[in-house]
Ligand binder design. Structure first.
Ligand SMILES: [Zn+2]
Ligand SMILES: [Zn+2]
Ligand SMILES: [Zn+2]
Ligand SMILES: [Zn+2]
Length: 352
């Protein structure tokens, strides 16, 4: 490829419609058979297939969710996850992300949603990934959750301790032979006791939260994690520029860094540490945690960062906490953070 070709975006080619010629031949020969209904059905199926090829994401080749399909300036379709991933990985190399098909730059400001594509995706017949039955997108969500014979279900006696979990179509067979079906009253009592204990354990974080709210003072500050100009020497760890904040009559620095796991992409982690820069009058016992400021987050991100309370004691200037990993709900959450136009976290600090 010459330099010119490398630099300038190529005009969008019409996505390839596989077997186009073949499809036409089949349609012609079927026509002469005069079998109208079968022909119409097969033509609809083919049209669905061909539209599917046009509207699939150019990276993962899956159909995007109708509300989450984006296009580059040349109209190439990207699903939200792939767009996010491209932007996140580009951010770590300090380059701008490009559409893998035509090489035009992509960012949240540059990619757009196409109303027509979105509408068509809602209408297009697609397969249930589990049972391969065909239906439109709207019915698929309900089908996968409540109707699919291949959906994973749990035993009706799960709260008593049965761990059986399998395809809905195998449920009837298990129902007849579940050992929890014929429990004695003693066994039921001890099972219920275990349920109680589990519930107590589950409400522990609620108690912790309640205890935290008894703090003397509570403050939050928004942090902007700024990428360094040059990559780290080994390129597997990034130290973001620290933000300085003034909280509880003292100055603090929040240092944060990103570790990239080169072996498995799903192990990238973002961590932060709190450092006191001034000397306080008394020891400060501080509890703290980070969240995503809702105002700057995309819809999908709202539950990405999990509540994870930390506690440290600060006595003198220079005291710092350990580096704590920002708790995220799934590996994709890290990509969504990195793909933000500017990574923002909100730190909550509670003084006890
Ligand atoms: Zn994709
Ligand atoms: Zn493109
Ligand atoms: Zn299904
Ligand atoms: Zn069971």
């Amino acid at each position: 490829m010459s330099d010119l070709e490398e630099e300038s975006p190529m005009p969008a080619k019409r996505p390839r419609l596989d077997n186009e010629g073949e499809v036409q031949d089949q349609a012609d020969s079927a026509d002469t058979d005069g079998d109208g209904d079968a022909l119409r059905a097969s033509k609809e199926l083919e049209l669905g297939e061909r539209l599917r090829n046009v509207m699939q994401c150019v990276v993962c080749l899956e159909l995007p969710h109708p509300d989450e399909s984006f296009q580059c300036a040349w109209g190439h379709i990207l699903c939200e996850d792939c767009a996010t991933r491209l932007m996140a990985l580009a951010a770590t190399t300090r380059r701008s992300a490009i559409c893998p098909h035509c090489r035009t730059p992509i960012s949240w400001a540059e990619i757009t949603q196409n109303l027509v594509v979105g509408q068509m995706l809602w209408e297009l017949p697609i397969e249930c990934p589990d049972c391969e039955e065909r239906m439109d997108y709207k019915s698929r969500e309900n089908h996968m959750k409540n109707e699919c014979r291949k959906r994973v279900v749990q035993c009706q006696f799960r709260s008593l301790g049965c761990t059986w979990e399998r395809c809905h179509e195998d449920e009837a067979e298990h129902k007849d032979k579940c050992k929890y079906l014929n429990m004695s009253s003693d066994q039921i009592l001890s099972a219920l006791q275990a349920v109680d204990e589990r519930e107590q354990f589950d409400t522990r974080s609620l108690h912790l939260c309640y205890k935290s709210l008894r703090a003397v003072r509570m403050v939050f500050e928004d942090l902007e994690l700024r990428w360094p100009q040059t990559p780290a020497t080994n390129s597997t760890e990034w130290k973001f520029h620290s933000s300085t904040i003034y909280v509880f009559e003292n100055t603090w620095a929040v240092r944060s860094r990103m570790s990239m796991n080169t072996e498995t992409e799903d192990n990238h982690c973002l961590s932060y540490s709190l450092k006191l820069l001034t000397t306080p009058h008394n020891t400060l016992l501080v509890k703290y945690f980070v969240t995503l400021p809702v105002l700057f987050a995309r819809n999908k991100q709202l539950n990405d960062v999990l509540y994870d309370l930390k506690e440290s004691e600060f006595n003198a200037a220079g005291d710092k906490s350990d580096f704590w990993q920002v708790a995220v709900s799934c590996p994709k959450a890290i990509y969504r953070l990195l793909a933000m136009p500017c990574i923002k976290l909100r730190i909550w600090m509670l003084l006890h």
